[in-house]
Design a binder for this molecule. Structure first.
Ligand SMILES: O=C(OP(=O)(O)O)[C@H](O)COP(=O)(O)O
Length: 259
C-alpha cells in the first residue's frame, strides 16, 4: 500500500499566544520561545530522517518564520515554499486582540468555548471601528490574494475556514501528495484543525476535542486515495505534548486568581 507522509504544524508560539490574546489575522512574529519550538521541531524531524519536497504556509509571518526555522535546522532551506491566505488562521472577527481569560470572566467559559471550538458558529464580525481593522485590510499582502479584498472574511466559523481552505487543498496540495511528494504544511491551530477534520472525517462534535499545541509536528499517513492510515500522531515527548494541549485548552478559562 502506498503511504504518503504529510506533516502538519501549528507555528511556534507567537507573542500573543503568550499573552493569551486572539491573534488570528494580526501578523505577530514568533516569541523567543516560539523560535526555539520551531528549531526543536526541525531538529526532531531531521532525526526522523524526513525529507521534504514542498512546503506550504499561510501568508502570516509566524507560519512562514516557523517553516524557515524548521527547514534551516534540517539543512533543507532549498525546498520550494508556497504561501496562501487560504491557510491563514481562522478569522476571529471582533474577538481579535482580546484576552481569552478576560472574555471568560465577562461572557462565561461556555460562551468562550463555543466561540473557540464550535464547528459552525462564527464570532461577531470585525468592523472598521476595530483597532486592528486597518492593520489587517490595508496590508498589501491581502491585495495579492486569489479573491478581491472585499470578498475576504470579516469573521469565520471553523466550517468557513474549511470552505476557503478546501479548494487550495484539492487543487494545489492534494495532487502533490498523490504524486509522492513529502509535504510540510506550516499553518495555524484552526486552519490545521479544519484540514484534519476533513482528512480524518472527524465529526462536527468531536473536532471540538482536537487541540493543537504550538510547534509540535503532527504526522498523518495517507493511502493512494488520500485516506488516512490510522490516526494522526503528535511527534515528540508525549507527556510534554499532553501538558501543552491542556495549556491551550485552559486558555479559555477564568484565571484562578480572578475566579
Ligand atoms: O491566532 C490563533 O491561532 P494561531 O496561534 O495558531 O495562529 C488563534 O488566536 C488561536 O486561538 P484559539 O486556540 O482560541 O482558537
Amino acid at each position: 500500500m502506498t503511504k504518503h507522509k504529510l506533516i502538519l504544524l501549528r507555528h511556534g508560539e507567537g507573542a500573543w499566544n503568550k499573552e493569551n490574546r486572539f491573534c488570528s489575522w494580526v501578523d505577530q512574529k514568533l516569541s523567543s520561545n516560539g523560535i526555539q519550538e520551531a528549531r526543536n521541531c526541525g531538529k526532531h524531524l531531521k532525526v526522523l530522517g524526513i525529507e521534504f519536497d514542498l512546503v506550504f504556509t499561510s501568508i502570516l509571518s509566524r507560519s512562514i518564520q516557523t517553516a524557515w526555522l524548521v527547514l534551516e535546522e534540517m539543512g533543507q532551506e532549498w525546498v520550494p515554499t508556497e504561501s496562501s491566505w487560504r491557510l491563514n488562521e481562522r478569522h476571529y472577527g471582533a474577538l481579535i486582540g482580546l484576552n481569552r481569560a478576560e472574555m471568560a470572566l465577562n461572557h462565561g467559559e461556555e460562551q468562550v468555548k463555543i466561540w473557540r471550538r464550535s464547528y459552525d458558529v462564527a464570532p461577531p464580525p470585525i468592523t472598521e471601528l476595530h483597532p486592528y481593522y486597518n492593520e489587517i485590510y490595508r496590508d498589501r499582502r491581502y491585495k495579492c490574494c486569489d479573491v478581491s479584498q472585499d470578498k475576504l472574511p470579516k469573521a469565520e466559523s471553523l466550517k468557513e475556514v474549511l470552505d476557503r481552505l478546501l479548494p487550495y487543498w484539492n487543487d494545489r496540495i492534494a495532487p502533490e501528495v498523490k504524486n509522492g511528494k513529502t509535504i510540510l504544511i506550516s499553518a495555524h491551530g484552526n486552519s490545521t484543525r479544519a484540514l484534519l477534520k476533513h482528512l480524518e472525517g472527524i465529526s462536527d462534535e468531536d473536532i471540538a476535542n482536537v487541540t493543537l499545541p504550538t510547534g509540535v509536528p503532527v504526522l498523518l499517513e495517507l493511502d493512494e486515495n488520500l485516506c488516512p492510515i490510522g490516526r494522526h500522531q503528535f511527534l515528540g515527548d508525549q507527556e510534554a505534548i499532553q501538558a501543552a494541549i491542556k495549556k491551550v485548552e485552559d486558555q479559555g478559562k477564568v484565571q484562578p486568581a480572578a475566579k
